[in-house]
Design a protein around this ligand. Sequence first.
Ligand code: HSE
Length: 294
Amino acid sequence: MKIRVPATSANLGPGFDCLGLALAFYNDVVIKPSNSLLIDVVGEGSDRENIKRDNTFVKIFYEIYEELVSKKDNFAFTFINNIPFSRGLGSSSSVIVGAIASAYHLAKVKIDKQSILDRALKYENHPDNIAPATFGGFVVSIVNGNRVIKIKKELPNNINSVVVIPNEPISTKVSRTLLPKSFIMKDMVFNLSHSSFLSSAFMSENWDLLKYAAKDKIHEDKRMSLMPELFDVRRVAQENGALMSTLSGSGSTFFNLTYKQNSKRLCEALKSSFGNFKVLELEFDNNGFVIFDE
Ligand code: HSE
């Protein structure tokens, strides 16, 4: 089998741990029966030996597969990785969602996408990346006990994203510990109102209102000060046709949304200002993960 899982961008400014969307940029994993456990990595991570020794996908896969079939089978895993690690593009959620869905598929146990998402919450306790990785589109999700409750909106094809990917990673775990434990009322009201407004703008396709909504007082500036060039990325993006420009997840990537007709210009402006960063023009994904039988 092969599973393809999209990259994601979470938070979208004020929607901390709640809002996310899927990008047409994918990790593929090919899994075949084998006489012994084999792991091969192509693309991102192929230069890291420890990914073969200590592989999170393989660990989660076997935890679930063995629970379902009550025996150990060997497989050969080939990871074709495009999503860079620790850059806020959902590489961890692609691993988690991909491993759970593949384990059920190869164990021949039927499961729906909602139940896969609920299981994924055990491995990543905020749903803003795992929900769009599962369902695609723009997803608003909340946690209720050990379930994710979500509303998905398919994204139309008159908008595009332009992502700016620095070489340096920012670890989500570490950067979460740097955030304050409590916030003042004024900032909470700011984020709640902007996050509600942003969701409504997405749902009603009012793209021109995003520039008012995509602002945050909880995490962005604190995280961006770890890599101050990101303030320039936001400014240049806003000056060159970005309808919104936000830190992607916990960074270090910057996510920009633009009308499709402006996307090339925005991409070129960002490339010429930030030659040391990777700039990609990406469409949105509305499917979430997909499994192909090889
Ligand atoms: N919402 C998470 C955070 C990142 O900002 O720490 C996305 O998984």
